[in-house]
Design a protein around this ligand. Structure first.
Ligand code: ATP
Ligand code: MG
Length: 212
């Protein structure tokens, strides 16, 4: 890839995101670096499969109406994805600075987007407020699809909703109830009668976790 300018946006446990200039556009480059504490061959397989999965799922869920950055290019061997850069703020950061009303609206949208995916039997795999970006027009975009899966069962969807609740509990402790309520409203708005089985499975998963 012929990249002109590179600026580090975030460096996490799994990946580094760079803002890059490419063909006159400002894009995001996601790179999964080697993890020295994992066996080399296993590490390579994981990075390859997550990069490939992320590309496919980013593109696939867009067709369902879930806003995701468009993928411009992928370099599987080097574990790189070049995609649209969404100018905005992490939903997680916004929760700390926004009014309760705005947070409620955003949570409702988050729930709707997860509902849309679940209705097509897709799970996100890491549905936390870090993995949603809110742009200047207050539109919510989802990112980080390296753990997403197709053909999801009720159990997988239940895990997704359980993870979301855990994320609210650990990251947004003081607002968790309001946030959960509006997220569930959005989720049920989309998934209707199908929501009940998933949400009661999420409760079951939570109980299992408590006693094991
Ligand atoms: N295309 C994008 N446009 C704008 N911001 C992005 C984009 N992709 C990722 N980000 C930002 O970078 C952060 C990290 O990206 P991502 O979630 O894809 O990687 P990650 O593997 O979760 O990294 P981590 O190890 O931090 O969990 C996101 O939370 C989001 O704030
Ligand atoms: Mg992430």
């Amino acid at each position: 890839m012929q990249i002109l300018k590179k600026q580090l946006l975030t460096l996490g446990a799994e990946s580094a995101i760079y803002i890059v200039e490419y063909w006159g556009m400002t894009l995001a480059l996601k790179w999964r670096p080697r993890k020295p504490y994992i066996h080399n061959e296993i590490d390579k397989l994981l990075r390859t499969s997550r990069t490939s999965r992320e590309c496919k799922m980013l593109t696939f869920v867009r067709t369902l109406g879930v806003p995701t950055p468009a993928v411009h290019s992928v370099d599987i061997r080097n574990h790189l994805i070049l995609m649209d850069f969404i100018e905005g703020q992490q939903f997680k950061q916004l929760v700390n600075t926004s009014s309760k009303k705005r947070i409620t609206t955003l949570c409702h949208e988050f729930g709707k987007l997860l509902g849309i995916m679940h209705m097509s039997d897709i799970v996100h795999g890491d549905p936390t407020t870090s993995n949603a970006v809110v742009d200047m027009q207050s539109k919510m975009w989802l990112v980080d699809f390296g753990l997403a899966e197709k053909n999801a069962t009720i159990e997988m969807k239940g895990v997704d909703m359980h993870l979301l609740r855990r994320a609210y509990e650990t990251t947004h402790w003081a607002l968790q109830e309001t946030m959960l309520e509006s997220t569930m409203e959005g989720y049920v708005e989309i998934s209707g009668d199908d929501a009940e089985a998933v949400l009661s499975r999420a409760d079951e998963i939570r109980e299992r976790g408590r006693y094991h």
